[in-house]
Design a protein around this ligand. Structure first.
Ligand SMILES: Nc1ncnc2c1ncn2[C@@H]1O[C@H](COP(=O)(O)OP(=O)(O)OP(=O)(O)O)[C@@H](O)[C@H]1O
Ligand SMILES: Nc1ccn([C@@H]2O[C@H](COP(=O)(O)O)[C@@H](O)[C@H]2O)c(=O)n1
Length: 228
């Protein structure tokens, strides 16, 4: 019998570890990995480069409709290609992080992103991470995880990551930026950051990456065993 390919939705606040574990889980299951935050970040980068006001919904949706965003998986992880140019590193820079949640709260933008994200997930095993995957993008996902960690731990992890990459980093500024993004993402009208009723919440504050991956794979096993 052919093995069932399922959808795994991983949501949660900024820097909770979603993309790190989503990538590993996808690799282990031989599924595709989709980082939906990267799509909002790519659009934000383009808006900033083109001088488009992130709160001008008509201008931003027009921009998105003429924008091609590709997520390409390779041995280094996921590359983000914006209109043919690799912007994987650039979309992580501070100005993008500081503006992305303003763009992501625009209803028209979310509707278009949802369409594109569902298309990416169609007919295949997928691990998708973001803020509204279990609630809106893939409400029928067979496994839903809501990852959380204390804001101090999340800021510290991101700070350590920056230092390791040689990126200048200020812990207090990072914490404030993470809190601000969480606040906008949680309080927006359209598809806010919230745990789906049927998601399993994992607090990773004192868990290792390996332990988080293990817990998610256990949820996948539980789902598969229920089917047999
Ligand atoms: N359980 C963990 N223990 C320790 N460090 C972790 C853990 N999970 C993730 N990290 C580290 O925390 C940092 C942030 O993780 P990651 O980028 O995966 O978060 P994210 O939720 O995808 O963030 P964002 O929402 O900003 O895209 C990375 O440096 C990652 O290696
Ligand atoms: N499904 C999603 C994913 C992301 N966002 C917005 O993008 C921002 C950046 O996402 P990261 O995962 O790279 O941190 C995030 O803060 C949200 O504003 C979203 O709205 N929905």
């Amino acid at each position: 019998m052919q093995e069932e390919h399922i959808a795994i939705a991983i949501d949660g606040p900024a820097a909770a570890g979603k993309s790190t574990v989503a990538k590993i889980v996808a690799e282990k299951l031989n599924y595709i990995y989709v980082d939906t935050g990267a799509m909002y970040r790519a659009l934000t980068l383009k808006a900033l480069n083109d001088g488009v006001d992130p709160s001008d919904e008509a201008a931003v949706i027009n921009l998105l409709l003429e924008t091609n965003i590709e997520l390409a998986n390779d041995s280094t992880g996921q590359r983000v290609i914006l209109d043919g140019k690799d912007v994987t590193e650039e979309i992580r820079y501070q100005p993008v992080s500081a503006n992305v949640s303003y763009i992501a709260k625009l209803t028209a933008v979310r509707q278009e992103m949802l369409k594109r994200q569902r298309e990416l997930a169609k007919d295949r095993g997928v691990v998708m991470d973001g803020r509204d995957i279990g609630t809106h993008v893939l409400p029928g996902a067979q496994v839903k995880i809501f990852l959380v960690a204390s804001v101090d731990e999340r800021a510290k992890r991101r700070h350590d990551e920056n230092i390791a990459k040689g990126i200048p980093s200020d812990l207090d500024q990072l914490k404030a930026e993470i809190e601000k993004r969480d606040e906008i993402d949680t309080n927006r009208e359209t598809a806010p950051l919230v745990k789906a009723d049927d998601a399993v919440e994992l607090d990773t504050t004192s868990l290792s990456i390996h332990e988080v991956v293990h817990s998610i794979l256990q949820e996948v096993e539980k789902y598969k065993n229920k089917q047999n």
